[in-house]
Design a protein around this ligand. Structure first.
Ligand SMILES: Nc1nc2c(ncn2[C@@H]2O[C@H](COP(=O)(O)OP(=O)(O)OP(=O)(O)O)[C@@H](O)[C@H]2O)c(=O)[nH]1
Length: 302
């Protein structure tokens, strides 16, 4: 039985790069009651999402280096228990799951606690990737689990007529969730050559880099394109050579974008997520080489 003063919980899910953090900033954050807590899980040792959340008074708790739904007995359960032991409890809890998390498992954990009340399970879906995700054997299962579990679906990057791609329309037929549709697919279509094909069969893997010098943005983009078959997602806060200020770099669905950063960490940070195996390892090496070359060039000039 839930107590009447149970903490309301919103769980935010959606595949890698679907737009969870953007939606959190734009739609959820402004409506959170004061003294809320945001729990962010990122599938990497550096939690870029926590840096990208535009929090002000809310407290933020990070869970990095693993996916919460896969380490349920560990970090998430521990963090929730820790949270419930605090003398002052948050007014509400917002959990942003990692892009490869099965939200049902997280929701079950929340439901187990009489002190927590799961209010909404929001799932972000990138409509421009729906056909590909529905066919891809590595992605399909978790993508469908995320959609199936949702009580509120946000379908973004639709064409201006808001028509659902056939694969998504089939999946949503009879789905009880409320549906919010957003256009915007045409903003920056991914070049066909850069759309990842998920040809490898290894498990998801991530690697992170700390960058202490400005990086060559063109060479970074070229490496991302060369390894598009294994690299699914990249995000970071970096200083680009020849540019003023720190920038957020985002790679999702084969689209690379840059925007100015809200915060400036002590060092540049880059996280890449993809299909584990020799090619992803090679990409990590080549990015490290690129970072070292940049650092060397700067040192030589100084
Ligand atoms: N066109 C378009 N781009 C979006 C939308 N939402 C997010 N993006 C872009 O997609 C990229 C990834 O957005 P995020 O909000 O970081 O996605 P995420 O689901 O939090 O990513 P992960 O936590 O890595 O899984 C960024 O470059 C965003 O600007 C949208 O509704 N339309």
């Amino acid at each position: 039985m839930k107590t009447t003063d149970a903490i309301p919980v919103t769980l935010l899910s959606g595949f890698l790069g679907a737009g969870k953090t953007s939606y959190l900033n734009r739609r959820l954050l402004p409506n959170l009651p004061p003294d809320s807590l945001i729990l962010v899980n990122d599938f990497g040792s550096i939690n870029i999402d926590a840096e990208l959340i535009e929090y002000r008074d809310e407290r933020i708790m990070q869970l990095s280096n693993g996916c919460i739904c896969c380490t349920l007995g560990g970090s998430l359960a521990e963090r929730l228990a820790e949270l419930l032991r605090q003398p002052v409890l948050p007014a509400s809890l917002l959990i942003e799951a990692s892009g490869i998390a099965n939200p049902t498992r997280i929701a079950d954990l929340v439901r187990l606690s009489p002190r927590l009340q799961l209010q909404e399970l929001v799932c972000l879906v990138d409509a421009s990737q729906a056909e590909r995700h529905s066919r891809d054997p590595r992605v399909r299962e978790v993508w469908q689990q995320q959609i199936d579990a949702a009580t509120h679906l946000v379908i973004n990057r639709l064409t201006t007529d808001l028509a659902l791609p056939p694969a998504l329309a089939a999946l949503l037929s009879g789905h009880p969730a409320s549906i919010e549709k957003e256009a915007g697919a045409a903003i920056s279509p991914a070049p066909a050559t850069q759309v990842p094909r998920f040809t490898r069969t290894g498990a998801w893997q991530s690697f992170s880099l700390n960058l202490d010098q400005p990086i060559d943005g063109d060479r970074l983009a070229a490496l991302f394109a060369e390894y598009a078959d294994v690299l699914v997602r990249a995000k970071g806060i970096v200083q680009r050579q020849g540019r003023e200020g720190t920038e957020v770099v985002q790679l999702t669905g084969g689209r690379l974008s840059w925007s100015s950063a809200l915060r400036r960490p002590a060092q540049g940070q880059l996280v890449c997520i993809g299909t584990g195996g020799p090619r992803l390892n090679r990409l990590a090496e080549r990015l490290r080489e690129l970072a070292r070359v940049e650092a060397g060039a700067q040192t030589a000039l100084a």
